[in-house]
Structures are given as structure tokens and as C-alpha cells.
Design a protein around this ligand. Structure first.
Ligand code: HEC
Length: 106
């Protein structure tokens, strides 16, 4: 009977080992969504538009597109999308990189 009990114990292990969708939460937590939306232009361009624009020339896995967006997030950006500039975001560089990857859809 013992092996049977062990099996049940294993089956009852939490199934929540799947990866969390950290980036949408990180974007919300970092206040990005105050000015950005996935689909629609708000004060800043839609993340989908940003993804489309930079994927065309550079693409996923290319360090330069990731690095460039990480830089824009940390240092701010202006004159690329319109007249409103984005102030430098006070977030950890590792978070900015995670967000840049996520925006690119990588
Ligand atoms: C105060 C409003 C505001 C906040 C907060 C904000 N953004 Fe922006 N963001 C903008 C605006 C406006 C632009 C367009 C700037 C331009 O024309 O260059 C922009 C542009 C961008 C771009 C494109 C940069 C480029 O090089 O083309 C990225 C990526 C981006 N934002 C990500 C983020 C992330 C991630 C956060 C949260 C950590 C964030 N933004 C928070 C307003 C904001």
C-alpha cells in the first residue's frame, strides 16, 4: 500500500510550476501602463507598434534592438514617435531589459 500513498503525494504537489507572465505585471508595476497600452496609442506609442517598428529591421534575438529599447527606457526617449518625450524610467536595468524583450515579443 505504501507506493500507492507516495503516488498520491506526488500527484498532490502544486501544479503552479509553470512560468508566471511576469512582464505584463512588471509593466504595470513599473507604471509603464500609465502612458502605454498594448494596442492603442496613449501618451506614448502602443507596445505593439513599437514591436512592429523595431522587429522589421532588427528582429528578435538581436542584441541591438533589445539594447536600444533598454536604453530608451532607462534614459528616456524623444522625437522618435512624436512631440511628447518619455522621461527616463527609474527602474532597475534588469527590469528594463526584461521589458524591452517583452515589448519586442521575444
Ligand atoms: C510619462 C509617460 C510615459 C511613461 C511612464 C512611460 N513611457 Fe514609454 N514612452 C512615452 C512616450 C511619450 C514615448 C515616445 C517617445 C519618443 O517619441 O521618442 C515612449 C516611448 C517608449 C518606447 C520606444 C522607445 C524608442 O526608442 O523608440 C519604449 C520601448 C517605451 N516607451 C517603453 C516604456 C516602458 C517599458 C515604460 C515603463 C518602465 C515606459 N515606457 C513608461 C511615454 C511614457
Amino acid at each position: 500500500m505504501k507506493p500507492f500513498v507516495a503516488l498520491i503525494a506526488i500527484a498532490a504537489l502544486p501544479l503552479s510550476i509553470a512560468p508566471v507572465h511576469a512582464s505584463p505585471e512588471l509593466a504595470a508595476k513599473s507604471n509603464c501602463m500609465v502612458c502605454h497600452d498594448m494596442q492603442k496609442k496613449k501618451m506614448g506609442p502602443a507596445f505593439n507598434e513599437i514591436s512592429t517598428k523595431y522587429k522589421m529591421g532588427l528582429g528578435c534575438g538581436k542584441a541591438d534592438s533589445e539594447a536600444m529599447l533598454t536604453d530608451s527606457i532607462l534614459k528616456g526617449s524623444k522625437d522618435k514617435w512624436g512631440k511628447i518625450p518619455m522621461p527616463a524610467q527609474k527602474i532597475p536595468p534588469a527590469d528594463a531589459q526584461t521589458l524591452a524583450k517583452w515589448i519586442l515579443g521575444c
